[in-house]
Design a binder for this molecule. Structure first.
Ligand code: GLC
Length: 476
């Protein structure tokens, strides 16, 4: 099957969050399956352009119009031996190559409308007529619409899949964006119009052959206003399918991770305790105690539940525990957490940074991983934590609910500790249950950590689900 994937980020080229991980692993996993040919399209950002390790060759150039603008499109291809997975970059200095930003510019709407339209033009230029065009998040949403509106006669059989990784970001714009930038045929205006404005995610939901999201529970939640950021009504009318993400288990592997002082596996768990000691030393935490290390590696954003952590922090520290937090984000949380570290020297360590190697050492060295998200489409850190034998304590929402079934003290089934409603006391209750097991039954605790390490979080099963979906769509 010929599959074109369109997204605004993919590791190892560019990554700001979970989307980047998914776009690294999913295309690669699909390319392993017999008969598949995958093309991945990304913008040629300045930081990719300046990265000498990323070698590209130019395969074509032309210009496209975006309403009244005429813009250059260069198609660059990653030099690679993987013939079944081709990575293409859309080159344009004005929109991408000469700016330091990935997201957050005043004209993001225009930048990604350009990118989406350029991708369709590139597919045409390359004569790669996909069986499936798979677009991710609002930045690639216009490609779904351009495919139908402008390329319907060229690729009438192409099926479109639109995946929502996070419904919070939808691509809102003024009504004039429709004629002034997108330049779509008038009959599409209604599909993109929402609450008196243009919303490109809403347009893609209406036009795509199927909409998917990154966990089963989130697919359910998106039908309710609490989660859907106003799109619940639109999503209730869509064919919405949930496929839970995996992680790249060759990248996230405690047996081979070079960031770790000591490599280990489920069979040789003792290496984990060496990592715990090393982490404590690195972070300036006391080593003369049996206390469990509780950790968070996260963007310090409201919906990640940092407010719950701050609210219970003093009561939490009445327990014999240690806390490590790594991340950057909203200032009020950076201040609150730094103050906490000053208040509890040797027991709380905070690093306000984004550092993948440090993150690995935290996953390896901690006992418990906290993820009290208000909503979580899938969440990848809890999967990484389990892969490193760190037991998750999570809010039972979205992908957290699907991937962390609660531990049952009687049957010993389950993978972690969960709480139902977004409430700080309930969060503390779940931590207490985890800490209780840690202190009262260390054998069971270790068995739980080992069991988590042995779970299969690879992309194999999710990729098979996507294939099944593509096959169902294209055979219609
Ligand atoms: C977004 C979501 C996160 C998900 C990731 C990959 O970042 O917030 O929950 O894991 O996308 O799909």
């Amino acid at each position: 099957m010929k599959i074109a994937m369109v997204a605004s980020e993919a590791a190892p080229f560019v990554k700001t969050g979970g989307l980047g991980d998914v776009m690294q692993a999913l295309p690669a996993e699909l390319a392993k399956l017999r008969g598949n040919e995958i093309c991945l399209f990304l913008p040629y950002y300045k930081r990719i352009k300046q990265n000498s390790a990323i070698e590209v060759e130019q395969v074509g150039s032309f210009s496209i119009d975006l309403s009244w603008r005429e813009s250059y499109v260069g198609i660059l291809r990653l030099k690679s031996r993987r013939k079944k997975l081709q990575v293409y970059f859309i080159d344009n200095d004005y929109y991408f190559g000469a700016r330091g930003t990935i997201y957050g510019d005043f004209d993001d709407g225009e930048r990604f409308a350009y990118f989406s339209k350029a991708v369709m033009a590139a597919l045409y230029y390359l004569d790669f007529k996909p069986d499936v065009l798979h677009c991710h998040d609002w930045q690639a949403a216009p490609a779904v619409i351009y495919c139908r509106a402008l390329y319907g006669t060229w690729c009438p059989a192409t099926k479109t899949v639109f995946t929502i990784h996070n419904v919070e970001y939808q691509g809102w714009a003024d009504t004039s964006f429709f004629e002034n930038t997108l330049g779509l045929p008038e009959e599409y205006r209604g599909k993109l119009t929402f609450d008196g404005a243009i919303n490109v995610m809403k347009g893609a939901i209406e036009v795509a052959d199927i909409v998917t999201t990154v966990s089963k529970t989130y697919a359910e939640e998106l039908r309710y206003p609490y989660y859907a950021h106003r799109l619940d009504g639109v999503l209730r009318g869509a064919w919405l399918w949930g496929i839970t993400n995996g992680i790249d288990t060759s990248v996230y592997n405690p047996e081979t991770d070079t960031a770790l002082a000591y490599n280990y596996s489920a069979k040789k768990m003792f290496g984990k305790w060496d990592n715990k000691r090393a982490l404590r030393e690195e972070m300036g935490l006391r080593t003369d105690t049996d206390a469990p290390v509780l950790a968070m590696v996260t963007r310090l954003a409201g919906h990640k539940g940092i407010d719950l952590l701050c609210y219970i922090a003093n009561r939490l520290m009445e327990r014999e525990v240690q806390l490590v937090v790594v991340g950057t984000g909203e200032k009020q949380y950076e201040y609150a957490l730094s103050a906490l570290a000053r208040q509890y020297p040797g027991r709380v360590a905070v690093r306000l940074c984004f550092d993948p190697a440090l993150a690995s050492r935290v996953y390896a060295g901690a006992d418990m991983y906290l993820m009290p998200s208000k909503s979580e489409p899938c969440g990848l850190s809890q999967l990484i934590a389990m892969r490193y034998g760190t037991v998750p304590v999570v809010a039972a929402t979205g992908g957290l609910r699907d991937t962390v079934p609660p531990y049952n003290g009687q049957t010993h089934e389950g993978r972690g500790f969960t709480f139902q409603s977004y409430n700080a006391d309930d969060f503390l209750g779940a931590i207490d249950r985890a800490v209780g097991l840690y202190y009262n039954d260390r054998d069971q605790w270790n068995a739980l950590a080992k069991h988590d390490m042995e779970c299969d979080f690879s992309w194999q099963a999710p990729a098979a689900e996507y294939m099944q979906l593509y096959t169902e769509l294209t055979s219609k």
